[in-house]
Design a protein around this ligand. Structure first.
Ligand code: 3PG
Ligand code: MG
Length: 396
């Protein structure tokens, strides 16, 4: 697929409609994690440096086509101003007179932020009429919202078809990192997939077995695979009704020459609680009243040995109950090894999706990863091999 970067489009004197994902977590009216706002800085600065006027289009939460005051983007204006270090002029609607007034009122070097696109029912319907109303406001469309690119919405999809378009710097970085991890990777490739349930990651596992040489399965979903192989897991989290599916994935992996890494030893406790008394045992020894909460040290040693032979790593999901000490040990040790190999120049490491970033931060490993995606759902859909509509619409 071919897309333009900011370098490929004329920006001087243009009003640049810039779709960003600043759907940030808030508590008591304050932004608790501004990462997604920080990530749009390069794009905003580039557009301004090249003489363009930045008009930010964004969604916030899920107001479902209605005006919900608690989901107004006006609430994050102070956080956006603090991060961008620029005055932000807020428009109380993302189309029409209110938007036009805000754009006209903004001076050089100021940034316009328009109200939540999802206040219009047409946004989630990818309504061409709403997109046309947005297009009337500007001259160029820039999409910097990779983490919303799995949504075919008016501001992420239809609008891209109406104006000269480009990927913003964050979108560009995400697309390049993803291509380096699964599109056109240096081989061999290891994928680490963890988390609670096989059922939510079926398509992802099915896609990965034909694309990677090593697939590490961890977390609760590993238990489902153990059950599928006739290994008893006691009271551990497991989806027993998914055993057939797990066996199909194992068969597909074998056919494709993908080595599956399941736990060979496990950390077993009797309660799902931080610091619950636990013991480490071979995987076949879990008692009927036991609960597997982490992979054991022999499993970690084997993952590390395989990782040292790989050129690329893609990671989604923790290997154990990482939110409870000490059941974060396997996740931490594996993440630290990935960070070490990356820092030493031996590994390209890409991670993303939901809990993953929190787990890698907790392990102190995130800074050394080659790339950490800002995306949750979009990262998963991309790992499933799906075409993301917001990316496809940038095709030129
Ligand atoms: C996210 O936070 O995952 C993105 O902003 C997309 O939001 P959505 O899941 O509500 O579409
Ligand atoms: Mg989401």
């Amino acid at each position: 697929m071919a897309w333009n970067s900011l370098d490929d489009v004329a920006l001087a004197g243009k009003v640049v409609l810039t779709r960003v994902d600043i759907n940030v977590p808030m508590e008591d009216g304050k932004v608790t994690d501004a990462t997604r706002i920080e990530k749009i800085v390069p794009t905003v600065e580039d557009i301004i440096a090249r003489g363009g006027k930045v008009v930010l289009l964004a969604h916030f939460d899920r107001p479902k086509g209605k005006v919900v005051p608690e989901m107004s983007l006006s609430r994050i204006v102070p956080a956006v101003e603090a991060v961008l270090k620029r005055k932000v002029v807020f428009g109380t609607d993302c189309v029409g007179a209110a938007a036009q007034t805000a754009i006209a009122a903004s001076g050089p070097g100021e940034v316009v932020l328009l109200e939540n696109t999802r206040f219009h029912a047409g946004e989630e319907k990818n309504d061409p009429a709403l997109a046309a109303d947005m297009a009337r406001l500007g001259d160029v469309y820039v999409n910097d919202a990779f983490s919303a690119a799995h949504r075919a919405h008016a501001s992420t999809e239809a609008l891209a078809r109406l104006l000269p378009k480009a990927a913003g710097r964050l979108m560009e970085a995400e697309l390049k990192a993803l291509d380096a991890a699964l599109g056109n990777p240096a081989r061999p490739v290891m994928a680490v997939v963890g988390g609670a349930k096989v059922s939510t990651k079926l398509e992802l596992l099915g896609n990965l077995v034909s694309k990677v040489e090593h697939l590490v399965i961890g977390g609760g979903m590993a238990n489902t695979f153990l059950v599928a192989q006739g290994i008893e897991v006691g009271k551990s989290l497991a989806e027993r009704d998914m055993a057939d599916t797990a066996r199909e994935i194992l068969a597909k992996a074998k056919e494709a020459g993908c080595k599956i890494h399941l736990p060979v030893d496990v950390v077993v406790a009797h309660e799902f609680k931080a610091n619950a008394p636990s013991s480490i045992m071979v995987v076949t020894a879990c008692p009927a009243d036991g609960m597997i909460l982490d992979a054991g040290s022999e499993t970690v040693a084997r993952i590390k040995a395989a990782m040292s032979q790989c050129a690329t790593l893609i990671w989604n999901g923790p290997l154990g109950a990482f939110e409870l000490t000490p059941f974060d040990a396997a996740t931490n040790a594996t993440a630290k090894e990935a960070a070490r190999l990356t820092a030493a120049g031996h590994l390209i490491s890409v991670a993303g999706g939901g809990d993953t970033v929190a787990a890698l931060n907790q392990a102190g490993a995130a800074d050394d990863f080659t790339f950490i995606s800002t995306a949750g759902g979009a990262f998963l859909e991309w790992m499933e091999g799906k075409v993301l509509p917001g990316v496809a619409a940038l095709n030129v």
